[in-house]
Design a protein around this ligand. Sequence first.
Ligand code: MN
Length: 381
Amino acid sequence: MKLLHTSDWHLGMFFRGGISYKEDQEYAIQKICEIAVNEKVDGILLAGDVFDKSIASHDALDTYNDVITYICAELNIPVYMIAGNHDGADRISQCSELLKKSGLFICGALEEKPYIVSLNDTDIFLLPWISTDRVKSVYPDEADSVKSMEDAYRVVLDHYRNEFKLGKKNILVAHAYIINGETSTSDKAAEVGTATMVSASVFDGFDYVALGHLHGPQKINDHIRYSGTPMAYSFGKEEKQEKSVVIIDTDTMEQKTVPIPQFRKRLTLKGKYDEIYDKDYSRDILDAYIKLELTDTFVTLETIASFREKFINLLEVSGKSLEREDSKITMTIEDLERVVTNPAEVFVRYCQDTMSEAPSEHLIKLFNDAVEKCEKEEMTR
Ligand SMILES: [Mn+2]
């Protein structure tokens, strides 16, 4: 039997309130479906953070509905899914008993009875994101021994391991932060703190552990992998990661990764203003999610506005700061859009840019009064 492991779709994610990744996500997930078909997999393991927010947006639900229905009903490939720390555990598991009949297996919150789907030669164990509090309340008799996340995983997984059957392969789908796992900028916002770290040994005994949580694809040991996100969600390390899924053959327990083609590139361009502005770039770079690092230029709203004409998906610009000679500042498209609708902020930026000084409260008040007066005159005209 063959299984495909993916995670951290983060449906509904936006770039800091601005640009939606819907188009990119749908493209990447479509590619994952193509890989599933080409590889003739018998199931898809979706290891949490399906959504970006616990109360998923309309757009996110829209994509989820289309994609999951397509996989389960059109492709006839079952999906084995758990809630990650970003998902609303109770929300995503609505009607989960009913949905099993359609090939959608969802484990929302931890329950006392381990969630197991028994297939021919393989048992799939679903373990959602857990907290120490949840584990204490589900297993009150063992609450005293749960002092850390590590303890919590040991308690829960001992219950799971008690269900191992002779001659069966045991595959676990979980959402956890393993010590020494490599983080990316986009999962820093997630609950990646030392308090939630666990050692790889808590998963001992399972033939394969399909993990979600960290966004870079990585192999922890022969039995444990993070599939990573379907697309890059941050600059830096993630630009260089080749996003992929893992294909697991349960007969041989062989694993291989298959790259996921991307709708847009994501990259950082570093150099002098003129060099970057005058250079001819290929279409895929002009369309890419871009971060500019200008080495010789002050970052102003004008800088962003002018480069945005060249790079339509420019997200961030960093360069020299007017306020402090020795430091760098980074501005985002969101900053630009916010100031367009807030005249006082444009005024403050203007003073900073031209006079190297922020205006006083008094000056800002005078400016706001003047704007208000103009707006009134405009209305009575
Ligand atoms: Mn995540």
